[in-house]
Design a protein around this ligand. Structure first.
Ligand code: T4K
Length: 368
């Protein structure tokens, strides 16, 4: 990329247009545009196979998938969740009239800290909604233990965790349900889109009713569902996206390796190491700025990059608990999350980002 062109935090991968056009022609011919069409069915089967999960239900976006997952499990009252996420995680609770109870994150991978969950449980608590932030798996075994003792449901917000495995097992197979986002900014995109992963046929059926007005058949409604379906154009596009997903993830890994090599010796700049037994998807490349050691604050670095037309993003700043609408929901200390939100900056990462650009970004960070 030339010096005067902007570099955004991410850029979607699109399927080759010449491969998409015949699928569009087919859709045009059939005039079947949505409501569980041919491509929708094919994409569900293909994704279940690729992700190694038993059941998947496609959605028009990840937020509606999460709202529906909460409905499907009939969750009420209070739900324990993380303040360190995209705001949609908590919005999904709000739309279900549920009180979010924020619990601090663990310092290593910034996911909800299982050691802090128990103290936040009240008689009104019905579930835990952790997030696999940046695709780093949560401490799923510890979370399950607590949920089992207190009889709580678990829904993983796995919006960032497409294709992530732990001990050769999809991370999506933990919890009662997991949700994915296929938004344009994600590792795997269907323009907009999302999914719920479920583990039994009856639950999948319930989810599929919920996303289609609750229709069981032409004349029977089994639940007050709404409309959250993925359409045929997106599903066909999604099928093509699966052809290149592995090579795209490999390319992301190369970029991460280069970033790590070039940023390794900068005092005050740190980043995640790989987690043993985890197959990562390299969805994001967050770095953490220690102002005292680095000599420049996170926000100053953000602006230095911006002046060079490099648009890094502060995911996740502010914390969800710091937005005025959720401020009152805070529970106990959120000290780790409050520190990290001031230090994090996600550097550009996407398969078409050139190694030249990575070098330029790192040189700016080094020589600020
Ligand atoms: N849970 C979690 C943990 C999530 O992170 C998200 C979404 C959800 C739930 C909800 O899932 P969805 O309902 O969205 O499926 C973006 C995404 O819109 C959002 O999907 C994502 N998380 C969040 C982390 O990031 P913004 O406000 O940062 O997006 P925006 O428009 O600023 O785009 C980011 C960059 O990507 C821009 O610099 C430009 C580039 N871009 C963006 C789009 C849309 C492109 O190059 N092309 C594009 O088409 O939220």
């Amino acid at each position: 990329m030339k010096k005067d062109e902007q570099i955004l935090v991410t850029q979607p991968v699109l399927p080759p247009l010449n491969e998409f056009i015949p699928l569009l022609e087919d859709i045009w011919d059939s005039k079947w545009l949505t409501n569980n069409g041919k491509y929708h069915k094919q994409l569900e089967a293909a994704l279940a196979e690729y992700l190694k999960v038993p059941y998947i239900s496609l959605f028009s976006n990840g937020t509606l998938a999460l709202i529906t997952a909460i409905q499907a499990l009939k969750i009420t009252g209070e739900v324990i969740t993380t303040p360190y996420s995209f705001v949609a995680t908590t919005h999904a609770l709000w739309w279900n009239n549920i009180k979010p109870i924020f619990v601090d994150i663990e310092p290593d991978f910034l996911n909800i800290n299982p050691e802090k969950i128990e103290a936040a449980i009240t008689p009104r608590t019905t579930a835990i909604i952790p997030v696999h932030v940046y695709g780093n798996p949560c401490k799923v075994d510890e979370i399950k233990k607590i949920a089992d003792v207190y009889g709580l449901k678990i829904i993983y917000d796995a919006a960032h965790a497409f294709g992530v495995q732990r001990n050769n097992q999809s991370i999506l197979n933990y919890g009662d349900l997991s949700i994915l986002s296929f938004h344009a900014t994600k590792v795997y995109n269907t323009i907009e889109g999302g999914a719920i992963i479920s583990h039994d046929k009856t639950m999948k059926k319930r989810i599929d009713y919920l996303k289609n007005f609750g229709f069981e058949d032409e004349v029977n409604i089994v639940t007050p569902g709404f409309n959250a379906k993925m359409n045929e154009v997106q599903a066909a596009y999604g099928l093509l996206q699966l052809k290149t997903i592995d090579s795209n993830i490999k390319q992301r890994q190369k970029i991460v390796d280069e970033y790590k090599k070039l940023l390794a010796d900068i005092d005050g700049i740190s980043f995640f190491e790989e987690i043993p037994n985890v197959k990562h998807n390299y969805a994001y490349f967050p770095i953490f700025v220690n102002k005292d050691k680095y000599g420049t604050s996170r926000d100053d670095l953000y602006n230095i990059l911006k002046d060079e037309k490099i648009y890094a993003r502060r995911y996740f700043y502010p914390l969800i608990s710091q937005f005025p609408i959720y401020k009152t929901e805070r529970f106990n200390s959120l000290a780790v999350a409050e520190k990290v939100t001031e230090e994090v900056i996600c550097l550009p990462i996407y398969p078409e980002l050139s190694i030249e650009d990575v070098k330029r970004i790192c040189s700016i960070i080094k020589n600020k």
